[in-house]
Write a protein that binds this ligand. Sequence first.
Ligand code: TRP
Length: 478
Amino acid sequence: MEENNTAVDMQDNQSLDGQNSQENQPKKKRGGFTSKIGFVLAAAGSAVGLGNIWRFPYLAAKYGGGIFLLTYIILAVTFGFVLMIAEIALGRKTGMSAINAFKKLNKKWAFLGVLCAMIPIIILPYYSVIGGWVGKYFFTYVSGGGMSAAGDNFFNGFISSPWQPLLFFFIFVSVVFVVVLFGVEKGVEKVSKFLMPALVALTIGVTIYTLTMPGSAEGIKYYLLPDFKKFSVKTVLAALGQLFYSMSLAMGIMITYGSYMKKQDKIESSVHQIEVFDTGIALLSGLMIIPAAYTFSGGNPETLGQGPGLMFVALPKVFAKFGSVGGGILGALFFALVLFAALTSAISLMETVVSIVIDKFHLSRKKSSLIVYVGTLLLGIPSSLGFGVWSAVSVGGMTILDMFDFLSNSILMPIAALLTCVFIGYVVGCRNLTDEIERNGPFKFKKFFNVMIKYVCPICIAAILVTSILDAFGVFSI
Ligand code: TRP
């Protein structure tokens, strides 16, 4: 048992060292973030990824624009805030990653650690399929095909062909695998300090441009003004799943990050900063993509509701406005940066999965990485083929990729979040965590935290889950 813990700790140590490249920490002891800003940036680095740039805009467009945005923001400052605080405090209190943190506080709850661990295993393969798509777009722009990428059938032609998406998926996973195997995360993290701000700057630039395009006013209205007629339980479920996904919640990641946080750093204000960062980038991405998609489609609900392809369809059309040279450069730059963001997130996802395998099966790092690599390839193939050869396979109109996405984000994560609340509220007791948060200064939202964790979060999440599952099985429709 004891040995087991040490193994995990050292493993986690390795995986997080990369996030924290500037500080030289001793390798053997469990390391930690040496500054609060280091912690905030590392956690924000995990949180910001395809979830913000690719997933948020397509969900917002699909679920009615403004009403989704409003629901998301309300959930972020309530559920998101409380859950992130809870996970980080849980990690810092126990000094352990998810699999062991729950076990340490109560043996019977070890299963919750396992549930949390399953989620990144499901996410990584389909995340990499999308990563492959980004790779394809980058490649297209670099090889001078930017104008063709703006064509109406480019995206659908690409994802429905059998080999190309598989090839790019394969390359993407292989790059991630090599980085995880040889541990060059340190370099990756160093570079990302420059490239992430570059991505933000470019996003702001493109946003300003799309906002000033003729006809974008309608699109901006669609995105920013809530239309309450479009509100349903599904909106809430989609927003809740997106919240967990985007903030890397309910999968144990933030517990691990919390375990590296210094005891004297303030949890509450760190969480505020991470939230502002993550939500800010998501909102900005929506502002960049949705008005553009709206303008080019003339507000056609089919285009807006098309799902995973939205970014890939809307942005090349914006870039094309700059002509083949300017647009080509802009597109290459943009997709290079998104590709980089996707790679860093996929690397930390694979790291997480590899350390779970090492921990559970006591295998070497090499063997574990190889298993995860092959497993990811195999699990990702159906998601990739689901847009072409296997498009006949669908449940409730969802493609295979959508199904994995739905399973992890709309079913497993809410269940994990619900159980985490019950665990904290009724098994460990809120006191235990609020004491941890109050170590260095008052916890302003303590009462709110207690009420949310004990009553509001579990009841609301349970209600949302049950209604949506009943709906998915056609018991009644919402
Ligand atoms: N939050 C990331 C995003 O928005 C995706 C993600 C989910 C992730 N789980 C993760 C990233 C675990 C790193 C580690 O894209």
